[in-house]
Design a protein around this ligand. Structure first.
Ligand SMILES: Nc1nc2c(ncn2[C@@H]2O[C@H](COP(=O)(O)OP(=O)(O)OP(=O)(O)O)[C@@H](O)[C@H]2O)c(=O)[nH]1
Ligand SMILES: [Mg+2]
Length: 347
């Protein structure tokens, strides 16, 4: 991995076996390695192997084997804006056997790997099988639907929530970190549209309407969520390839929004320190006047200069963070984003 000083995030996909995690990883890389909407993805270690697997799928139609217990794999991706602007985000990514999230035996090799990655994750991609969702939406439309429980079970909602909740609590308790942003990644969008017999966007509109009841964890207070769909059939189809960029742009934006909150908190605390110091300086100066330059006055004055210098550096950083966040917000205009279950006003 490179040692460039760009932000680093960890991401975990959470989805049952056959939900489409490995297919997304491969097809997304297949598209983004060539560049989609001025974004590129590269991986020094694994790029060639991922492209080879993707080429095999294109040539032979052979889908990847289900990932097994020992087949989990970390990827270090770098998101890049082309040679002129360079790298913008490092992404530590894990692909693993979906069975790990329903595995009751903690002896399986991949379960602790997944738990650790979840703890560190700044963003969690909840992977929902679009075909399963499509069948449920279609049954709603034709009036044969029999409640939420069976489809929630098929999508693994209970298991996903059971993995996520303890990880988020531990992340807050042990690392002092906020909850991860959430991307609800509806895969197999091609199948979703076929099953619902509607254009993909319309079908996704129907899915979106029901998601808060199907996946409450992604719409609970304090959680930032993007709902988006993807299909490996998008690769090579111009604007449709946008589905591979949007999740990363959202992950990056939410990471920056957290950074901005941290920086603003720092500057507030810094202002308070500056004001308290100034008060002490004023008291001492009144007491000793200009004649006696006490050591304490010199100390406090040096401290004031340090505080002001640090504040200037952090303010500059904040300006850069805000500019970058604004750019990403513009790129995400129209995306389905929710803050604590309420649609964000970006459409
Ligand atoms: N039509 C269609 N089928 C897809 C798509 N993505 C995945 N599939 C199908 O879904 C199957 C499972 O996909 P995988 O990517 O292997 O699923 P996974 O989540 O990695 O599964 P595990 O490794 O077992 O956890 C594939 O063999 C494909 O048949 C898609 O975009 N469109
Ligand atoms: Mg897999």
């Amino acid at each position: 991995m490179t040692d460039i000083a760009i932000p680093k995030v960890a991401v975990t996909m959470l989805g049952l076996s056959a939900s489409g995690k490995t297919s997304f990883t491969m097809s997304m890389f297949g598209a983004m390695s060539r560049g989609v909407e001025h974004y590129f993805l590269w991986s020094e270690e694994d790029g060639k192997q991922l492209l080879a697997s993707w080429a095999k799928l294109l040539d032979t139609g052979k889908f990847p084997q289900p990932t097994d217990m020992t087949g989990f794999k970390y990827y270090d991706f770098v998101l890049n804006r082309g040679m002129g602007q360079g790298d913008v985000l490092q992404i530590n990514w894990l692909d693993y056997r979906g069975g790990a999230i329903i595995d009751p035996s903690r002896a399986s090799q991949d379960v602790p790997v997944l738990e650790k990655q979840l703890l560190l994750s700044d963003s969690v991609y909840i992977v929902l099988d679009g075909e399963t969702l499509g069948k449920w939406v279609a049954s709603q439309v034709d009036g044969t639907e029999n409640g939420l429980a069976p489809v929630m079970d098929k999508l693994g909602v209970g298991h996903i929530s059971q993995m996520l909740m303890p990880a988020v609590a531990k992340r807050r308790r042990e690392l002092g970190k906020p909850p991860p942003s959430v991307v609800v990644l509806v895969t197999k969008e091609d199948r979703l549209a076929e099953v619902v017999e509607a254009p993909a966007d319309l079908a996704m509109g129907l899915v979106e309407r029901h998601l808060p009841e199907l996946l409450p964890i992604a719409f609970s207070p304090g959680v930032q969520t993007l709902v988006t769909s993807t299909t490996l059939k998008a690769v090579g189809h111009g604007r449709l390839e946008r589905c591979f960029v949007v999740p990363f742009v959202f992950t990056f934006l939410e990471f920056l929004r957290n950074e901005i909150t941290v920086e603003e908190g720092f500057l507030d605390a810094n202002d308070e320190r500056h004001a308290a110091n100034a008060e002490q300086l004023a008291i001492l100066s009144r007491r000793f006047g200009r004649i006696v330059r006490s050591g304490r006055i010199r100390e406090l004055s040096a401290e004031q200069r340090r505080i002001v210098g640090e504040a200037q550096r952090r303010r500059n950083k904040l300006v850069t963070l805000r500019q970058e966040a604004e750019r990403l917000e513009t790129e995400l205009r129209g995306a389905r984003i929710f803050d604590g279950g309420q649609p964000r006003r970006n459409r």
